[in-house]
Design a protein around this ligand. Structure first.
Ligand code: NAP
Length: 328
């Protein structure tokens, strides 16, 4: 085949090699090589002759980018969340949008639990304390945290990742409450979960873990009023999206002792500004949006995104289509 006739796949960041190799089997690869994401002007330029766009959650795929992609047939997001994409605009332009569900569920649930444990047991402070030479003697009151085993966990948004967190909580003998738009009787029976309102969940939980997508409905779902309902010892874990929490209200709640702590993988603005007052608080454990960041998971995500692109090129319905109406 004449290589110039092969479709072009634009990949906006270096993803694991097996996925890039797979693309080269059926398309021309245009890879953005830098560590930071492309500026919008670059994205607009590069998407101009692309047949497929393999985008990251850091790429705002708005109407401008979509309209600039004259040949674009598919936007394969390298994430399960797709709040960075104007899906309605893509649908209007007849462009398929896909995501990478399931393959990152366990890794993200692991990170949610890692943050929970680290915040509960002051792990980051303990690490710093030990390295900095402050460990002059064992002391009964040193770095006291709080129990995880047997505590109450509240899960907001019982989807794939929320359920995976609930499975982990069982091993810790936790009482697990959840709130969602509808009940999941099967999960309740299998995992011994209790359904309740958001307010009830916030009032009763020792740990609250957020797992809903960022939508117009969930933006700032956790604000000052909700934080005030939580126990003063409660720890908030967010591996969903920064926008589901009112970050200014969270900072204030942590400063005032309204809640006990937080474990955060996601922020209102990413990368979070290191000067952000939130980062000065000792009762906060933070990570740079690494929920799915394992070698195996990121490789599976890449292969899944590529499979979605290939399906569209072959005229098949992509397995992880977000705008299903396109192939209805
Ligand atoms: P999912 O299976 O779609 O689960 C999301 C759940 O949230 C669904 O059960 C949904 O219920 C529920 N929900 C939606 N709106 C809600 C609301 N207003 N109140 C309560 N629950 C609501 O998605 P997932 O695979 O578990 O992923 C969840 C989110 O995690 C993603 O959207 C993404 O933003 C985030 N994520 C982050 C990372 C990271 O690196 N930190 C990695 C992976 C995912 P319905 O069935 O009623 O819609």
């Amino acid at each position: 085949m004449n290589p110039t006739q092969r479709p072009k796949v634009l990949v906006t960041r270096e993803i694991p090699q097996p996925a890039l190799d797979r693309i080269k089997e059926f398309a021309r690869l245009d890879l953005w090589p830098a560590f930071p994401p492309p500026e919008k002007s670059e994205l607009l330029r590069m998407v101009g002759d692309a047949d497929a766009l393999l985008s990251m959650l850091t790429d705002p795929i708005d109407e401008d980018v979509i309209a600039a992609g004259k040949n674009l047939r598919v936007i394969a997001n390298y994430a399960v969340g797709f709040d960075n994409i104007d899906v309605a605009a893509a649908t209007r332009h007849g462009i398929a949008v896909t995501n990478t569900p399931d393959v990152l569920t366990e890794a993200t649930a692991d990170l949610a639990f890692t943050l929970l444990m680290a915040a509960a047991r002051n792990l980051i402070a303990a690490d710093r304390f030990t390295r900095d030479g402050f460990w002059i003697a064992w002391h009964p009151q040193l770095l006291l945290g709080q129990d995880v085993f047997g505590a109450t966990l509240g899960i907001v948004g019982l989807g794939r990742i929320g359920e995976a967190v609930a499975r982990r909580a069982r091993g810790f003998n936790m009482r697990v409450l959840y709130t969602a738009r509808r009940r999941n009787l099967q999960a309740e029976a299998e995992l011994g979960l209790q359904f309740c309102s958001l307010e009830e969940l916030l009032r009763q939980s020792d740990y609250v873990s957020l797992h809903m997508p960022l939508t117009a409905e969930t933006r700032h779902l956790i604000g000052a009023e909700e934080l005030a309902m939580m126990k003063p010892t409660a720890i908030l874990i967010n591996t969903a999206r920064g926008g589901v929490v009112d970050q200014a209200a969270l900072t204030e709640a942590l400063q005032q002792g309204t809640i006990g702590g937080a474990g955060l993988d996601v922020f209102a603005v990413e990368p979070v500004n290191p000067e952000e007052p939130l980062l000065e608080l000792p009762n906060v454990v933070v990570a740079p949006h690494i929920g799915s960041a394992t070698v195996e998971t990121r490789t599976r995500m890449g292969l899944m995104a590529v499979e979605n692109i290939q399906a569209v090129f072959e005229g098949r319905r992509p397995p992880n289509l977000v705008n299903g109406e396109l192939f209805a």
